[in-house]
Design a protein around this ligand. Structure first.
Ligand SMILES: *Cc1c(COP(=O)(O)O)cnc(C)c1O
Length: 350
């Protein structure tokens, strides 16, 4: 079965071998306070930095999920309130999670086919939350726009959910203060690990607030990562698998070029279709890593079922879009040959 699901998604073919290696090398029973782990953690952070182009003064943390990162930002980096700009289900959920921890979080919905308009946030808020890649509908916010938000709001932190794009496209980390992603999307790994990246300004805020009420309070995590450790027992296997896959990977600029080529090829493939149309009409806001394709409920259902029989798992539409769309992940772990094969199959329905 070849998964085009936008997460959990296709993992790299090498994963079973790496898991065997991890078993043989004692990684599975590794103590997270010993020097072996410290070395593994440091090496993985360095690889993340070099492969993804994370600035040297940004701090990289390990958490267990993107959802956990939503909570860390609310509990440890938000003093007043956060303000959320969203046009889909994940951005909305982030607002709900933040609102439970810091009631009064502001919600600013925008249209899925509109570019997000940078503005000055009201000063009762101190964190601006943007979903860079909205996995539910296949839209994205450019880093230029994120950067404009940061320039217009020098007293705010700008936090960015890049869960379904980090590792697949170039992200200008300097354009925001907090970035996070879990590894079951563009990193091509099994779920249970996430990466949280903080600017010096975010670390300053963390130290100033000194929030210490949670097992994953960022103040604890910050003290521990200085020693290449985590306050809790982390997903050591996940970190090991991340290290092994990053080692093989090209720098993000090359991955980005490849994803862009595939993105263009996918959209020109569907351009010819009468029955299957891109759900997002505005070219400028289309996600590079998630395609959402619209059709009649009948056709969508038929294609998904037939695809499964052929060994292709297409992503279901998300939430309200379940019956009228399917989604296709454009993630690095998917092979060109697999894209050719699935296109050959979809062609019959175009
Ligand atoms: C998948 C996803 C999440 C949730 O990730 P978890 O690892 O399940 O917490 C959050 N935001 C976006 C944009 C996602 O695509």
């Amino acid at each position: 079965m070849i998964s085009f699901y936008p997460g959990p998604s296709r993992v790299y073919d090498e994963i079973p071998d790496y898991v065997k290696d991890a078993y043989k090398r004692g990684i599975l029973s590794m103590n997270h306070r010993n020097t072996e782990f410290v070395k593994l953690c440091e090496k993985t952070v360095k690889l993340l930095r070099s492969r993804l182009g994370v600035p040297p003064d940004y701090t990289i943390f390990f958490t267990s999920s993107a959802t956990e990162c939503w909570e860390i930002i609310a509990q440890s980096l938000t003093q007043g309130n956060s303000i959320h700009f969203h046009n889909g289900a994940f951005g909305e959920k982030w607002h709900q999670y933040a609102n439970r921890i810091k009631p009064g979080a502001l919600s600013n919905p925008f249209n899925k086919d509109e570019e997000l308009y940078p503005l000055k946030a009201i000063d009762t808020t101190d964190v601006i939350c943007i979903t860079q890649n909205e996995t539910s509908n296949g839209t994205m916010v450019s880093t230029e726009i994120i950067s404009r938000f940061r320039e217009m709001n020098p007293d705010h932190l700008v936090a960015v959910d890049a869960t379904s794009s980090m590792g697949g496209i170039v992200l200008d980390f300097k354009s925001a203060d907090v970035w996070f992603a879990s590894v079951q999307k563009c990193f091509g790994l099994p779920a249970g690990l996430a990466v949280l990246i903080c600017s010096p300004k975010a670390i300053e805020r963390c130290v100033a607030l000194d929030e210490r009420n949670h097992y994953n309070s960022l103040a604890f995590m910050n003290e521990m990562i200085a020693k290449w450790q985590t306050p809790f027992t982390p997903n050591v296997l996940g970190i090991y698998l991340l290290m092994r896959t990053l080692k093989n990977q090209d720098v993000i600029e090359h991955v980005d070029e490849k994803m862009n080529r595939r993105f263009n090829a996918w959209y020109s493939f569907f351009e010819k279709s009468e029955s299957l149309k891109p759900y997002i009409k505005n070219h400028d806001v289309r996600s590079k890593t998630i395609l959402t394709i619209e059709g009649t409920p009948d056709l969508i259902e038929r294609i998904r079922m037939k695809a499964l029989k052929k060994g292709f798992q297409l992503g279901a539409g998300y939430g309200q879009l379940k019956d009228t769309t399917f989604r296709i992940a454009n993630f690095p772990a998917i092979k060109s040959k697999e894209i050719e094969e699935v296109q050959k199959f979809i062609k019959k329905y175009i």
